[in-house]
Structures are given as structure tokens and as C-alpha cells.
Design a protein around this ligand. Structure first.
Ligand code: SAM
Length: 179
């Protein structure tokens, strides 16, 4: 790589962002878009690395959480929130223990790394676990909306955004590091 000294960019500072070529974005009938694989992925494979866009605590509390961003952001350090670029904010949710992808936040490099938690078959959807408190009715991977009696009892309401957002964010922090 050759950058001028003007932009201060050196090879040893570069961050490589490998991503599997077999990943694709597809529409799930009840979950919206999600990440799927066209090929088998072996357990332990590094699937994707997302650079993140970090919003400071004040900026997010005043603005971000009242927008659709709030459905896509990860809890980050010191009360900040991060939107994962690339595919990172497109993974749908599976309850803890059923997700096939784990992730690790790299706060120093502002990245999230996603890894296969088990062997994943061609055609499967890749899902992470958002944590125990989610804000929507959880639809199982091949199932129908479980609203009503069978709805996920851990769902939190977006109507009570102040409290629920904080709970969700904290749970994201613990639940998301499930690799
Ligand atoms: C981080 S986004 C994931 C991408 C999103 N599906 C899209 O089309 O933009 C989170 C949103 O996806 C949906 N979602 C994710 N997992 C789901 C699930 N298991 N059941 C139902 N909806 C889900 C919810 O609407 C949630 O607010």
C-alpha cells in the first residue's frame, strides 16, 4: 500500500476485513432482511468483520434512540452505541443457545468480529443473540410470529423507551459476547 505521508496512513495501521464470499442478504417472511450462507461454514470460521460507527452517549440519548437506528445499534463503551457497518447490523436474533454466530467487540479498533459457533449448513440463516430482552415478538427461524400466548415473555416494550432501552442495551452488552 502506498499512501503519502500527508494522510498519515501506514501499512502497519491497516485493518484487514475478510468476509466470506458465500454470505448473502435475503428477506425472511417475518423477520425482515437477514444474513444467509450459500455454502457450509465450519465451526470457528471468522465470518465477517464490521467496522463500527460510534455515537457518543449524549448524542445517542438525545437523538439516536428515537430513530430506527435504535433497532440496529450495539452497546459500546462508556454509554456509547455503535452501528455495525457491512453486515454486522443485519444479523437477525435467535434466543441464547440457539444462535449460530457469536461476536466479539474490539473497542480499541472499533470493530466487531463474527465467528461461527457451530457447523452451519448451506442455505441457513446466520443469527446472533441480542440478549434476553428484545423489543419485538421473536419469530423462530422456520416458524410463524409467536405473538400472543406464546410470545417471548422477555420482550420489552418500545413504549417505555427510557427504561427499556437501558435494559436492552445492558443485555446487548452481556448477551452479545456469547462466543
Ligand atoms: C438489527 S435489525 C436486523 C435486520 C432487520 N431484519 C432488517 O430487515 O433491517 C433488528 C430487527 O430485525 C427484526 N428481527 C430480528 N430478529 C428477529 C426475530 N427472531 N423475530 C422477529 N423479528 C426479528 C426486528 O424487527 C428487529 O427490530
Amino acid at each position: 500500500m502506498s499512501f503519502t505521508s500527508e494522510n498519515n496512513c501506514q501499512e502497519d495501521q491497516a485493518v484487514r476485513l475478510p468476509s466470506l464470499g458465500c454470505l448473502e442478504l435475503r428477506e425472511h417472511p417475518n423477520r425482515g432482511r437477514g444474513v444467509f450462507t450459500q455454502q457450509e461454514i465450519k465451526q470457528g470460521t471468522l465470518i465477517h468483520i464490521s467496522p463500527v460507527l460510534v455515537f457518543g452517549q449524549n448524542e445517542y440519548r438525545k437523538h439516536g434512540k428515537y430513530t430506527r437506528l435504535d433497532h440496529y445499534t450495539y452497546c459500546w463503551k462508556n454509554g456509547s452505541y455503535a452501528l455495525a457497518l457491512g453486515l454486522g447490523s443485519m444479523f437477525n436474533h435467535e434466543p441464547f443457545g440457539q444462535q449460530n454466530v457469536g461476536f466479539i467487540r474490539d473497542m480499541d479498533q472499533s470493530l466487531i468480529r463474527y465467528t461461527a459457533l457451530r457447523d452451519i449448513s448451506a442455505g441457513e440463516e446466520l443469527c446472533i443473540c441480542y440478549g434476553p430482552n428484545v423489543w419485538f415478538d421473536v419469530v423462530p427461524q422456520d416458524g410463524q410470529d409467536t405473538d400472543g400466548e406464546n410470545a417471548d415473555s422477555r420482550k420489552s416494550s418500545k413504549d417505555n423507551i427510557e427504561i427499556d432501552h437501558e435494559q436492552t442495551a445492558d443485555d446487548f452488552l452481556s448477551g452479545f459476547d456469547c462466543i
